[in-house]
Design a binder for this molecule. Structure first.
Ligand SMILES: Cc1cc2nc3c(=O)[nH]c(=O)nc-3n(C[C@H](O)[C@H](O)[C@H](O)COP(=O)(O)OP(=O)(O)OC[C@H]3O[C@@H](n4cnc5c(N)ncnc54)[C@H](O)[C@@H]3O)c2cc1C
Length: 382
């Protein structure tokens, strides 16, 4: 079995937003880092809409995740400024708020609950009448009854973000290896390397698994070290417009399903997203496209006039409690940054910083403590 020489300090499996951002930040601290991925930035990061909103209906009752999300959102301005400077690339980052829309009195009551919940966390949100919503966003449907503006939320273009991260990582000395990790090499109960498809073994001091929805696929993971990650399919449509259509990310609930529309500075308009438990299937379906356009048209009737550019499907890395697993795995030498589910783009800066501290300094920062990978094993034992 061929074995590589010049073992890096850290070998990262997966070049999505999480693996790339961590690689860049760790390399900045002076460690030798290699990232393995046959298709860098080809996973969920390529499909994601890129909304940066830590408070949503799904985060009710998930306070630790909320605090992680808020911490990450607040790190974004400095993170992006440094990234754009190092890479020389723009990321499409915007902090112009997110507007939640209500169509009826039930929706209004829900938004009022959400506003109070945000207030209790010290996260500002402004209740708006239907008229105020339309003044902000003239393309909204006349039937809109009211809304909630979260002024500190925003969005980023995940494709530009990963392109910038790739450049920044390589400029900081990270080695990109475009091959697939097939299995983990374990010697005397310590993870010491990764086996590739052709049997080559790459050895490293530490290994970080950050392969998104595929993080549980690796051969050779002993029981107890297999991350609890499942794929949750999402379909997204990309439209284009030459004239401004929408000022900020806008979302609402139509027929019980959540729909959002995210504008970008370059004229792209993203409509998302379905949520389907279909295993590793990434087929784009007629039903998915129909549902997204039907619901988006209820929110913004003029949307069907825009140019159709693309439809894609990706796999969110879901976890049992919708939150990521960050830190050392039960197997010495193996670390995890997996399970970011619907929030991986939002959680990129805080994950990269936390994993850097864990990998370089050996300490777990306060914000990451609730996300220890062994929490699922503890729950199973209880
Ligand atoms: C439809 C949709 C909309 C979304 N919208 C948002 C949003 O608005 N805001 C937000 O914050 N998040 C959003 N997300 C979630 C976000 O995309 C994910 O949480 C995030 O991309 C996870 O990042 P990751 O790096 O862990 O995984 P990924 O981005 O999936 O990257 C994993 C990488 O690992 C590689 N890989 C897999 N197996 C191997 C292997 N064996 N060897 C080497 N490499 C391997 C893949 O090629 C891939 O490049 C959305 C996701 C979807 C699907």
């Amino acid at each position: 079995m061929p074995t590589s020489t010049n073992a890096p300090d850290l070998l990262i499996i997966g070049a999505g937003v999480i693996g790339l951002a961590t690689a860049w930040r760790v390399a900045r601290r002076g460690l030798a880092v290699t990232v393995l991925d046959p298709a860098p930035a080809g996973g969920a990061s390529r499909v994601a809409a890129g909304m940066l909103t830590p408070v949503s209906e799904l985060t009710y009752g998930e306070e630790p995740l909320l605090h992680l999300g808020i911490a990450s959102r607040d790190r974004y301005p400095a993170f992006v400024a440094e990234l754009e400077e190092v890479s020389g690339r723009r990321t499409g980052y915007r902090r112009d708020g997110i507007l939640e829309i209500a169509f009826d009195s039930d929706d209004l009551a829900f938004l009022e609950d959400l506003r109070r919940f945000r207030q209790s966390l010290g996260v500002p949100a402004e209740a708006l009448s239907g008229r105020e919503c339309r003044r902000l966003e003239p393309m909204l449907a006349p039937s809109v009854r009211g809304g909630l503006l979260a002024p500190e939320d925003g969005s980023i273009d995940p494709r530009r973000l990963t392109a910038a991260l790739l450049t920044a990582a390589e400029r900081t000395g990270v080695r990109m290896d475009r091959r697939r990790a097939a299995g983990l090499v374990v010697e005397r109960d310590i993870a010491v390397g990764v086996r590739l498809d052709d049997g080559t073994v790459l050895r490293a001091e530490k290994i970080l698994l950050a392969a998104g929805a595929h993080s549980g696929d690796l051969d050779g993971l002993p029981d107890g070290a297999v991350p609890q990650v499942r794929p949750v399919k999402g379909q997204v449509i990309r439209l284009r417009t030459a004239t401004p259509f929408l000022g900020r990310s806008t979302r609402g609930v139509v027929r019980g399903s959540s729909i959002y529309v995210v504008p970008r500075d370059d004229g792209e308009v993203v409509v998302g997203a379905t949520q389907e438990e279909m295993g590793f299937d990434t087929t784009v379906t007629a039903g998915g496209v129909w549902q997204l356009l039907r619901d988006a048209r209820e929110l913004l009737p003029g949307i069907t006039e825009l140019e159709f550019a693309e439809v894609s499907a990706g796999l969110r890395p879901g976890s049992p409690d919708n939150a990521p697993a960050l830190g050392p795995s039960p197997l010495p030498g193996l670390f995890l940054a997996v399970g970011h589910f619907r929030n991986g783009v939002l959680l990129t800066p805080v994950t990269a910083d936390a994993m850097t501290e864990i990998l370089v300094d050996g300490t777990v920062p306060e914000v990451a403590v609730p996300f220890a990978p062994d929490r699922f094993a503890e729950e199973a034992r209880a």
